[in-house]
Write a protein that binds this ligand. Structure first.
Ligand SMILES: [Zn+2]
Length: 408
């Protein structure tokens, strides 16, 4: 088990210095970073993020001849576009927005006729991101074009319910449009049919005395954010569920809390006994983001407490030997950012900072020495340094951070 992650040797809390001179005597470069006054550290994150962004644009766009094969946000070109939009929002550099729009345009061509429907892996992501980038650029006509194209997306009958390829991954894109373009851009009449289908499917697989909602993907009853219960419950909470549906969402989360491992971590699928994965996709990090959302939406103490417990698991076992957001240190850092936003507790901010500083200080070296895996798609948003660049941009204003393509 121990070879999946680095033993976390960082102190449980380090208060930040008020002046930069106060940390000059600290010998350890990582400790020095986490001790810096926040404004100084934020500048370091900014510089590192912008350098990474240049590399990512070069590797995934310019050197590919500005052509797109993999259009997905997960491993492909749309992930670079999403990072560029974030960079534009932070720096107001209009070149970033221009590059973002160009990449989305190429993704639009590459994804035409694709049966993939979600935000993270499908055409909904292309059209939704295109509309938001066009709005930011003041191009109303282009924005309307993408919204029209979005509304042409048809969900196949046999589409699964999970986040990466299924119904909630499409619904998330609807919420993203309503948040950034305006409430009602995708009206409830359009989404309620999909929500009803998800609830119906979840109740059908539920067994007496077990979780009120249950789902399957490729024959397995997953629990995590990417393919299972955590991701489905997370999106359902954004969809104004009816009172009986709210009770089922709460019941499902209570079932998960009751049946978590003694360590506090969560099984990747129903009945799994191997307490191994501490990822956003499988395990405590993704579930904790959902519990934090539940604590915010329902105001239930039990969910807040369980979210805190999940944070402890991520702190002790979440310093993974990968950098990305799906199953890497960057994604796990968002657990603490979410808990910080929910509670205002600076200890959570410190933990997010500690994970982000670990990457800032060591990721390059550890990857080049082969001690850390650079990812199967090393420049991508979900598996590679794209996610790390996104995290660094979010660390500049941590109270506004959101796990990319998952938290709204
Ligand atoms: Zn993953």
């Amino acid at each position: 088990m121990a070879d999946r992650f680095f033993h976390n040797e960082m102190p449980d809390f380090v208060p930040e210095a008020t002046e930069e001179t106060a940390v000059e005597d600290v010998a350890d470069s990582l400790l020095k970073l986490v001790s810096l006054p926040y404004s100084t550290l934020a500048q370091r994150f900014m510089r590192a993020a912008l350098d990474l962004k240049e590399t990512i644009v070069m590797e995934t766009w310019v050197l590919k001849g500005r052509r797109v094969k993999d259009f997905s946000l997960y491993t492909g070109a749309l992930g670079t576009a999403f990072l560029l939009l974030k960079s534009f929002q932070v720096t107001q550099n209009s070149n970033d927005l221009k590059h973002c729009s160009d990449i989305v345009k190429a993704c639009d061509s590459a994804s035409r006729g694709s049966g993939a429907v979600t935000f993270i892996c499908g055409r909904a992501g292309v059209c939704a991101l295109g509309a938001v980038a066009a709005k930011d650029a003041g191009d109303e006509q282009l924005c309307n074009y993408y919204i029209t194209k979005f509304k042409e997306i048809k969900l196949p009958k046999d589409v699964p319910d999970e986040l990466l390829y299924g119904r909630v991954g499409f619904l998330w894109a609807c919420s993203f449009l309503n948040k950034h373009i305006g409430e009602g851009t995708i009206p409830p009449s359009y989404t309620s049919v999909v929500v009803n289908e998800i609830i119906k499917n979840g109740r059908r697989l539920s067994k007496r005395g077990s979780s009120p909602l249950m789902y399957e993907w490729h024959g397995k009853k997953y629990w995590g954010a990417a393919h299972g219960l955590a991701g489905i419950m997370h999106v359902l909470m954004h969809m104004q569920p009816k009172p009986d549906e709210v009770e089922d969402v709460k019941g499902t989360l209570r079932y998960m809390i009751k049946n978590r491992y003694p360590s506090g971590n969560y099984p990747s699928s129903e009945g799994s006994e191997s307490d191994r994965l501490v990822h956003w996709c499988h395990g405590a990090p993704g579930v904790t983001l959902t519990l934090a959302k539940a604590a915010e939406v329902f105001g239930v103490e039990e969910f807040l407490r369980a979210a805190g417990d999940g944070g402890e698991v991520v702190w002790s076992r979440g310093l993974l030997k990968r950098v990305g957001i799906c199953h890497g240190v960057s994604g796990n850092a968002y657990t603490f950012l979410s808990l910080y936003r929910l509670t205002g507790n600076v200890e959570f901010l410190y933990r997010a900072k500690a994970f982000a500083c670990f990457l800032l200080d060591r990721a390059n070296k550890l990857i080049s020495e082969g001690q850390m895996h650079g990812g199967d798609h090393p420049y991508s948003l979900f598996e590679g340094i794209g996610g790390m660049a996104y995290l660094f941009l979010d660390m500049i204003e941590p109270s506004k951070a959101r796990f990319p393509a998952y938290e709204l």
